[in-house]
Design a protein around this ligand. Structure first.
Ligand SMILES: Cc1cc2nc3c(=O)[nH]c(=O)nc-3n(C[C@H](O)[C@H](O)[C@H](O)COP(=O)(O)OP(=O)(O)OC[C@H]3O[C@@H](n4cnc5c(N)ncnc54)[C@H](O)[C@@H]3O)c2cc1C
Length: 593
């Protein structure tokens, strides 16, 4: 093993991507004494080896938890949320760390926005910490997926204790949602395994609020003394702990603060940021072909290099994993990059009058910006899920009122539908809507869109960047996906109506590619252990290995659970096995497990 800041020359396993799922795999391999080099296209925030990650290249690599710095994370990230988020020139984007350069290209022929992030922690640098398990039928009713739900449970439990995952605190906006759900006839779901319809607090990977913040607590107004979730503002980038927390104590448990320190702590994992993999190297093996390394390009210097290893793991996400595969000329039987799902989102909001709110939640405003961004949900297996999803005012104006596949609200006849308006709202009308922001509750529908071979990632033969032909993403909903989304939108409107909303608006949102799954599915491109069917020693450990959109539950918990499981299969097949298999010694995480 090399020291920190030095590039590991001879790893056992090379992993492409250090995003949401890959650190789980690296941690598990590192625990078995397997040397892992992770190549990450984007920057490493909060690391002494890279003190100015958007201005200077810094050192080559990091291999020690001692490199991680909460203070640096504050400087580079937590305190700069305002200039992080833009997909063009924000610090969290799909693009090089060098802030002076343009983002990397993708081709999206139809309407739609991709929301993905390059950097250690990947797109979980942006996420809300929602960590539900997959719906049980979404795993067990997939004939092409050779894994049962029961196989995943021990890995779920392992991660739930690590992050940790806890039910979100019930804030006023959650109580309003629960009251609407109860009046609509839904029951509270208990436990973590979801078979049936019901509402519940979101199981979130966010440290619980400090007890001082409770109504009877002794909070004196100074956040510096507060641990965990402050419930102040919404959790987007950075996490809600304002300043001063230790790196691993950050409230929101994106992979950068939860799993990356654990991976580095094994002493067998090195992460090299600013390293864009451009080719999987192969050679003839006992089977038709086997992977033996990766070629990559330093995004600051342009220098290219090859790394050889016993096994290669692709964890570059649902778009770049198939792009790298195809750019490497690896075999394709028609399912590489295909079957992409995206949860076909929609948004429905309700505005409440102050008296109604006073009656239900004891205050005259919803205050949607306070508390965890998504802290409560309704599960509808077979259709998807509905969650409270509260954004800051600017994002609310954008997703709720400014984008729609159904044109402008003034063009749409909504008679017969449970909403008053549908579609885009602009100008004075938008100002009127937004002036009600503090009495508004916004719900997001996560539709259980199904994998279809027509949807997915291919190479754009006409557009190349410095890393080869770029990915082209084609996705359109099947009429059955539209039906499921409409069903969820109607359930959302009913819930808001039952809670007493005076005006209900449906966005009929244009596609947002934010929860991406299943473009390199186990059962299609990969075997049950996550290894490629057509290339030996080549594994996939990101959301692309999922068979579907896990029913509409947020996908990261399942992606990480699967990555842990894939690590164990890799260690069994090509190294000395697993000394401490996860299923062997689990403490159940909840009564129904
Ligand atoms: C605003 C927002 C909120 C979200 N909230 C939630 C939530 O609450 N719960 C949830 O479950 N999900 C949430 N998600 C989705 C979640 O973040 C993603 O589903 C998850 O991060 C995907 O994990 P992944 O490992 O497949 O890919 P990623 O996390 O995208 O990681 C892929 C990594 O690979 C790197 N990479 C790509 N190509 C290369 C290459 N050629 N060489 C080297 N490195 C490469 C990328 O830079 C990236 O770091 C949210 C997403 C967004 C945008």
């Amino acid at each position: 093993m090399t020291g920190s800041g030095i590039d590991m020359a001879d790893p056992d396993v090379v992993v492409v991507g250090a995003g949401g799922d890959a650190p789980a795999l690296a941690w598990r391999l590192g625990q078995q004494g397997i040397d892992v080099l992770m190549l990450e296209a984007g920057p490493f925030h909060g690391n002494e080896q890279f003190p100015n990650p958007h201005d200077d290249r810094g050192n080559a690599a990091s291999a020690a938890t001692g490199d991680l710095s909460g203070d640096l994370l504050d400087q580079q990230f937590t305190a700069r949320e305002g200039d992080m988020g833009s997909p063009v020139d924000g610090k969290l984007r799909w693009g090089p760390a060098d802030a002076e350069r343009a983002p990397w290209a993708r081709t999206v022929p139809q309407t739609g926005v991709i929301s993905q992030v390059a950097g250690v922690g990947g797109t979980t640098l942006h996420y809300y910490g929602n960590h539900p398990r997959a719906f049980v039928p979404a795993i067990d009713d997939q004939p092409h997926w050779p894994i049962d739900y029961a196989d995943l449970v021990p890995y779920y439990q392992h991660l739930e204790s690590v992050h940790p995952v806890k039910p979100a605190p019930t804030t006023p906006k959650a109580e309003l949602f629960f009251e609407g759900a109860r009046r609509s006839g839904y029951d509270l779901t208990t436990g973590l395994n979801v078979d049936d319809e019901g509402y519940r607090p979101f199981p979130n990977a966010i440290h619980q609020p400090d007890e001082a913040l409770a109504r009877d607590g002794d909070y004196d107004g100074d956040f510096r003394d507060i641990d965990g979730d402050t419930l102040a503002c919404h959790e987007h980038q950075g996490g809600p702990h304002p300043r001063g927390a230790e790196f691993e104590d950050r409230a929101k448990r994106g992979s950068l603060v939860s799993l990356v320190p654990k991976a580095l702590d094994t002493g067998h994992v090195e992460i090299r940021p600013n390293a864009f993999a451009t080719q999987v190297l192969t050679r003839a093996g006992p089977g038709p072909l086997e992977a033996c390394g990766v070629a990559y390009r330093d995004t600051w210097t342009g220098r290219t290099r090859r790394i050889f290893a016993d096994c290669v793991v692709l964890a570059a996400g649902c778009i770049e994993t198939p792009r790298l595969w195809l750019n490497s000329g690896l075999p394709d039987d028609g399912w590489v990059g295909r079957g992409l799902t995206t949860h076909h989102f929609d948004f429905v909001s309700g505005v409440f009058d102050s008296e109604t709110l006073e009656d239900i939640i004891g205050q005259r405003k919803v205050e949607p910006h306070q508390g965890q961004a998504a802290g409560s949900r309704l599960d509808v297996p077979g259709k998807g899920g509905i969650a409270v999803n509260t954004f800051a005012p600017g994002i609310t104006a954008s997703v709720m009122f400014s984008e729609s596949v159904n044109g402008f609200a003034f063009e749409n006849d909504t008679s017969g539908e449970p909403w008053d308006t549908e579609g885009r709202i602009t100008g004075t009308k938008l100002k009127e809507q937004m002036s009600d922001y503090r009495r508004m509750l916004t719900l997001i529908c996560h539709t259980d869109d199904r994998p279809r071979q027509d949807n997915g990632v291919s190479l754009d033969a006409n557009t190349e960047d410095e890393h080869g032909p770029v990915a082209r993403l084609d996705w359109s909903p099947h009429p059955e996906d539209d039906e499921r989304r409409l069903d969820l939108a109607r359930r959302s409107a009913k819930l808001l109506d039952e809670a007493g909303a005076t005006h209900i608006h449906r966005a009929a949102a244009a596609p947002i590619f934010l929860h991406l799954q299943s473009s390199m599915a186990i059962g299609k491109v990969l075997d049950a252990g996550g290894e490629a069917l057509s290339v030996d020693r080549l594994f996939v450990a990101d959301h692309s290995a999922l068979a579907n959109g896990v029913g509409g539950a947020n996908p990261t918990h399942t992606g990480q659970a699967l990555a842990l499981r894939t690590a164990e299969h890799l260690a069994e097949r090509y190294f000395d096995g697993v000394a401490d298999p996860i299923p062997a010694d689990q403490t159940p995480a909840s009564a129904d497990d």
